[in-house]
Design a protein around this ligand. Structure first.
Ligand code: IFM
Length: 476
């Protein structure tokens, strides 16, 4: 956890091949791309409510139109085909499909995803469907949201509705995306919807999400063909310190519990870490965990989704509040800015952290099959006068992370695929449209799409099932 793993230099080296059948994809999420927030019976989500509050989102940007994927999905699937993707990860908008948060499905909402799935399959692209990427119906939030245990059953019912309609055509299902963000950004620091800041609630929410995942897996298994695979996408991080004091080393342990093990352990071992419960005993008695919950949370999955962006650096001591990392129940633990590496909204670019993280998962939790469900970077891309987006930084980023991924596979980690975040520039939550992660650029005035050079380069990776040397020109 404390030492960075070196990544072998691959620039200019012979191409590194990936295993046969490797999945190559790109991802989006409903609220970030669809727009059409009041179309066809959709009701407001928590993010509709949150973003309507002045001062919450950069530049008062809104997702009402986003990149209009709801209407332009055919064009977007054609671009995916041009990139050569064999997998597209998208999420379903819960309030589109079940506007009241309970009861029957809205057929028009499901129709949209049915059309999208058919379009993907017609283009040879496997759908990878995420059920929950943070946007639940506001009506459920009004009833308590994730702080309320009943939300886990609401999620399972919703999962069953989606599976009943799309289960015949979707081979890979993801229950929740990054429950850490929902619990900690949404309920500890409150910088994400629903904007709650309460430490005890955060721990209950984390548990209700783990329970919802387990109940969701059960609902999916009941409705899906045996061939379908079920997953969850977590966003763990290697936790490091530059210090050597006992307080620094203990900060690593505590941050690792709050960021990583609070999800890994219940899902993969059927128990919460004893040190996490002890560390937070003054915040919560954890009585929200009931008999049988942990067996439900640990119901087997087929693939573990790993979203990787950056390592975390911490130290023992006091410091100013960090809006992204509120360490629930762990006073005397501070997040420290990394000293080197290009800075992005996620922190330091550090490809070696991906290899380190994957080896750690294998070491601590066994040989679970893994899919990289997100990995990517936001840089300030420019559409040039020649009509191209020469995002050389993103090509470097992809090259380095794919090399680290290849190294992890060589180390023995069972990685089945790589899904890049993101397919297309989109609404980056509290950053609005100011942060661009896409392989595809979007002109905000016209919605015109342009494949960036990174997209052309990625197409070469997919075609070769290997990392080409860094200096390979991107055709396009
Ligand atoms: O845009 C987000 C995504 O919704 C969840 N994972 C991180 C991405 C980039 O910040």
């Amino acid at each position: 956890m404390t030492a960075a793993t070196e990544t072998a230099p691959h620039a200019g080296a012979a191409p590194s091949e990936f295993p046969a059948g490797f999945r190559w994809g790109a991802a989006t999420a409903a609220f970030q791309v669809e727009g059409a927030l009041d179309a066809d019976g959709r009701t407001p989500s928590t993010w509709d409510t949150f973003t309507a509050v002045p001062g919450r989102v950069h530049g008062e940007h809104r997702a009402d139109v986003a990149v209009d994927h709801y209407h332009r999905y055919r064009e977007d699937v054609a671009l995916m085909a041009e990139l050569g993707l064999n997998t597209y990860r998208f999420s379903v908008s819960w309030p589109r499909v079940q506007p009241d948060g309970r009861g029957p499905a809205n057929p028009k909402g499901l129709d949209f995803y049915s059309r999208l799935v058919d379009e993907l399959l017609a283009n040879g692209i496997d759908p990878m469907l995420t059920l929950y990427h943070w946007d639940h119906p506001q009506v459920l939030q009004d009833a308590g949201g994730w702080a309320d245990r009943d939300m886990a059953q609401r999620f399972a019912d919703y999962a069953g509705l989606v599976a009943a309609r799309l289960g015949d055509r979707v081979p890979l299902w993801v229950t929740l995306n990054e429950p850490w963000c929902t619990a900690f950004l949404g309920h500890a620091s409150g910088i994400h919807a629903p904007g709650v800041a309460d430490d005890a609630t955060t721990l209950a929410v984390a548990h209700h999400l783990n329970l919802a995942h387990g109940l969701g897996v059960q609902a999916l298994r009941a409705a899906l063909p045996a061939s379908a695979q079920v997953s969850i996408a977590l966003n763990p991080a290697p936790v490091r310190t530059r210090g050597t004091s006992p307080a620094d080393l203990d900060a690593v342990r505590r941050a690792d519990a709050l960021r990583n093990r609070i999800f890994f352990d219940p899902l993969l071992r059927g128990a919460y870490p004893a040190d996490l419960i002890a560390d937070t005993a003054h915040v919560s008695d954890w009585s929200f965990v009931r008999d049988g919950d942990l067996a439900t949370a640990a119901v087997p999955i087929d693939v573990l989704g790993v979203n990787y962006y950056t390592p975390l650096y911490v130290a023992g001591g006091e410091g100013p509040a960090d809006p992204y990392n509120r360490w629930v129940g762990s006073e005397g633990l501070v997040h420290v800015a990394p000293a080197e590496g290009p800075a992005t909204i996620h922190g330091q670019v550090d490809a070696g952290g991906l290899r380190e993280l994957l080896n750690r998962i294998r070491h601590d939790y066994g040989p679970v099959p893994i899919m990289i469900a997100e990995n990517g970077v936001s840089y300030p891309d420019q559409l040039g006068p020649d009509g191209r987006v020469d995002d050389v930084g993103r090509v470097d980023y992809l090259h380095a992370h794919l090399a680290a991924l290849h190294d992890a596979i060589t180390d023995g980690v069972d990685v089945r695929g790589y899904v890049m975040w993101s397919l297309i520039d989109n609404f980056e939550w509290v950053y609005g449209y100011s942060q661009t992660f896409g392989l595809i650029h979007v002109d905000r005035a016209t919605q015109r799409r342009t494949i960036k050079n990174s997209g052309h380069w990625y197409r070469g990776v997919i075609a070769a099932n290997a990392i080409p040397p860094l200096n390979t020109p991107a055709a396009g």
